[in-house]
Design a protein around this ligand. Structure first.
Ligand SMILES: *Cc1c(COP(=O)(O)O)cnc(C)c1O
Length: 384
């Protein structure tokens, strides 16, 4: 059946009808007073969402674009940086850093496990010359569904004193608490197609005072991604270049929805969706990739061996019009990922889990107890 498509991937995420309707308007001039008013409202709400009084800048870029901006604005060629790599995205930030001639030291963990904060502490403590200029961390590693211990790693960065902390919060912002000012995070990047409940196309980056000071001395080349003009323009409720006006209309609406729900309710909902999904997967006798102690609240990765992840995904898509994500790189064909980020409700999880059960039944999953997954998810919902 057409038009019954259900997105259960970790981005792009589902978009509420209210947001779609807000976007279905003729664009207005981005230098007009009317647009300035919208920018003023959106900028204030972005600060609320980021729990910061610092700049939160919006760029026309995907998440990778703003993360690249977050790296290159504050560093110079040859600067020493520590990059946490335990998945596809951590790997990407190491590659970006290398592309710009930074001296990259990778601190890794196997894909599916969290980074060990003690490895960061050891490197930072040993750096008596204060040569380490930045620690670059992916908070929620979307490729594996692992949540890294940003709070502890950041504590060690603060003890070091010199280094900035640059965070990919693309699938943690709006899904789990990221108190930017309380923790003193310097650079925090995110993207519109994840927790924001709007389509792809906008990237966001929060910048601390300390990072702005570092920017004055940073010499990597930058133009479109130079954050200073964005900051200067934001103070005047405008943008240096033409923004995606209709996406900003959508953002204005989605921020209203988020404010009405409230931050703590948003985080509690994501936690509940995650617990229900994980509980259901366990009840179906499938293996979870991320450990209970380090789970992203945006996405759950499932290792269905000996069943084939790609077969499960294909049946879910063909028979139930539910899009699940596959594995990337070394996890290709080994896992499937259930996204539960943004505009996702308890009902969506019950639907996805029941379709997964029907899929497993069709494949002939040994020992499957039909209904066990839905029952486990429902029990989580009844208790929270
Ligand atoms: C989606 C995502 C990004 C950004 O990817 P783009 O395709 O550039 O928007 C970055 N980091 C993580 C952890 C993500 O999930």
């Amino acid at each position: 059946m057409e038009d019954k498509n259900m997105l259960m991937i970790p981005g792009p995420t589902p978009v509420p009808e209210r947001v779609l309707l807000a976007m279905a308007k003729h664009p207005i001039g981005h230098r007009s007073g009317d647009f300035g008013k919208i920018m003023a409202e959106v900028t204030e709400n972005l600060k609320w969402l980021h729990q910061t009084s610092n700049d939160v800048l919006a760029l026309t870029a995907s998440g990778t674009g703003v993360m690249e901006a977050g790296i290159i604005n504050f560093l110079s060629a040859g600067d020493r940086v520590l990059v946490g790599v335990n998945g596809k995205f951590g790997d990407r930030w190491a590659k970006v850093s290398q592309a710009y001639g930074l001296q990259v030291e990778i601190i890794s963990a196997p894909w599916g496990e969290p980074l060990d904060p003690e490895l960061f502490r050891a490197q930072l403590e040993a750096d008596k010359e204060k040569a380490i200029k930045a620690v670059i961390i992916t908070h929620s590693e979307t490729s594996t569904g692992v949540l890294n211990d940003l709070e502890t790693i950041n504590k060690y960065v603060k003890e070091h004193g010199e280094s900035l902390i640059i965070v990919d919060a693309v699938t943690s912002l709006g899904a789990v608490n990221v108190p930017i000012d309380t923790w003193g995070l310097d650079v925090v990047a995110s993207g519109s197609q994840k927790g924001y409940m709007i389509p792809p196309g906008l990237g966001f980056v929060a910048v601390s005072e300390k990072a702005w000071l570092a920017q004055e001395k940073a010499t990597l080349p930058r133009f479109y991604l130079d954050l200073k003009p964005y900051s200067k323009s934001a103070a005047k409720n405008t943008t240096p270049f033409t923004p995606p006006v209709n996406l900003i209309f959508g953002l204005q609406e989605s921020m209203k929805m988020m404010k009405a729900e409230g931050l703590s309710n948003i985080f509690a909902r994501h936690r509940r969706l995650t617990e229900a999904t994980r509980s259901a997967v366990k009840a179906l006798g499938l293996k979870l990739l991320a450990p209970d102690s380090a789970t992203s609240t945006a996405v759950t990765a499932v290792e269905p061996a000996p069943l084939k992840a790609e077969e499960i995904r294909a049946i879910m898509k063909k028979r139930f019009d539910i899009a699940l994500a596959g594995g990337q790189d070394s996890l290709k064909g080994k896992i499937f990922r259930i996204g539960h980020l943004g505009f996702v409700s308890d009902r969506d999880i019950l639907t996805a889990i029941s379709a997964l059960e029907a899929t497993l039944q069709e494949i002939g999953h040994e020992g499957l107890k039909p209904g066990a997954g839905v029952a486990a998810a429902a029990q989580v919902f009844a208790q929270s």
